[in-house]
Design a protein around this ligand. Structure first.
Ligand SMILES: *Cc1c(COP(=O)(O)O)cnc(C)c1O
Length: 371
């Protein structure tokens, strides 16, 4: 089987981890933590970086740092990972959903505008599968209504919007460094912040809100969401080799598109004129006249030796939120169609040309058989 995703590790990663082992700095203090934070923030064009244990923790801390109160609303796309909506709920606020743009699969900006109301406090744009959100109208709406923008850039390290890197466009941004992300620390995450008040708050929340005067006197309820120096050591090496990772992802995007373009049964990932996508995952969507759904497509591809992964299921269709009385009766047709008809092809960082060729041939064969 061709791997759907896997990390790419450099010799430097081994050296830096070895330094941690030799010096004993294996826990959550050490030079690699600050170096990773500073370098990643600088790469994205943000002022502060706060490394945390994973991307879900990053989203939770970012939302918690906004000091939302019950009844406050945060607008986010329905088509995303559950972490986004959970972070809003755990911050005691109400998630308000918008549908996806049919071309970029990111949040629909016109719907976003329509859903801003008196209780809206923040917007969470999610750069889906490596493609940036159309950020200028989002930032303009935020400015006009005094809203905070929390980017979820966990799938789009290094992607650019009108020449500016994602994760450097909003007030706060969240990254994951899980094994299948564009750069990885095994498990890991980071919140980037523009304002020092946010960064200070995030650092406190990450580490149990220890007291400034008396360490074991706590004025607020924090978490242990610390990253280790060992993980950050890998992170620094990953930042150093990100250009190579992005080169491989962009090559993969082109290689698949060159081979699959012209198949009437498939929609391929778009790249808007203002975007530089990093093709975190190469997603395809079945046309409506194909007589089966993505689950059946995945089963048929598997028979040809090609492993795939399904697309997200919208937050409005999640039992965990329905049980809480959220999103009752809401419909988001674009997201629903994506979740039923979309899947992604093997998109690992070590994918070879022969593998892209084999996957593309299998896709063609399966589709030709069914037409
Ligand atoms: C992976 C991912 C996360 C969560 O990251 P973890 O490190 O797995 O917790 C958050 N948002 C998006 C869009 C993701 O793809």
């Amino acid at each position: 089987m061709i791997p759907v995703c896997e990390p790419l590790l450099s010799e430097a990663a081994r050296r830096y981890v070895d330094e941690c082992l030799r010096t004993g700095w294996i826990s959550s203090a050490g030079r690699f933590i600050t170096e990773f934070e500073e370098r990643w923030a600088a790469y994205c064009g943000m002022d502060h970086g706060v490394a945390v244990s994973n991307g879900t923790a990053a989203l939770e801390l970012a939302l918690e740092a906004l000091d939302l109160t019950p009844g406050d609303e945060v607008i986010l796309p329905t088509f995303t990972i559950v972490s986004c909506a959970l972070a809003v709920v755990r911050a005691r606020a109400t998630p308000v959903l918008v549908d996806s743009d049919p071309v970029t699969w990111c949040l629909d900006v016109a719907q976003l505008r329509a859903r801003i109301g008196p209780r809206t406090r923040a917007i969470m744009p999610v750069h889906i599968y490596g493609h940036p959100v159309d950020m200028d109208p989002v930032l303009e709406l935020a400015r006009a209504h005094g809203l905070t923008v929390v980017e979820d850039a966990a799938e789009a390290h290094g992607a650019t919007y009108k020449g500016r890197r994602v994760g450097g466009l909003g007030d706060l941004s969240c990254f994951s460094f899980y094994a299948n992300k564009i750069i990885s620390t095994g498990e890991g995450g980071m919140v980037l912040a523009r304002r020092v008040e946010h960064a200070d708050r995030l650092r406190a929340l990450r580490n149990l809100c220890f007291g400034a005067e008396r360490r074991f006197v706590h004025a607020a309820a924090g978490h242990n969401y610390r990253l280790t120096n060992l993980q950050a050591a890998i992170g620094v090496a990953q930042v150093e080799s990100i250009d190579e990772h992005l080169r491989r992802k962009r090559w993969m995007g082109r290689a698949y598109s060159d081979r699959l373009r012209g198949l009437a049964q498939l929609t391929l990932p778009a790249e808007a004129g203002w975007a530089r996508s990093v093709y975190w995952m190469y997603g395809v969507v079945l046309a409506d006249d194909v007589g089966y759904d993505a689950a059946e497509f995945a089963r048929r591809l598997r028979q040809e030796g090609v492993e795939t992964r399904p697309f997200f299921v919208g937050m409005h269709e999640q039992p965990v939120f329905r049980e809480r009385g959220l999103f009752a009766g809401e419909r988001y047709p674009v997201a629903e169609r994506l979740s039923r008809r979309g899947l992604y092809l093997p998109s690992g960082l070590t994918l070879t040309e022969a593998q892209v060729e084999a996957v593309s041939q299998a896709v063609r064969q399966v589709l030709e058989r069914s037409s």
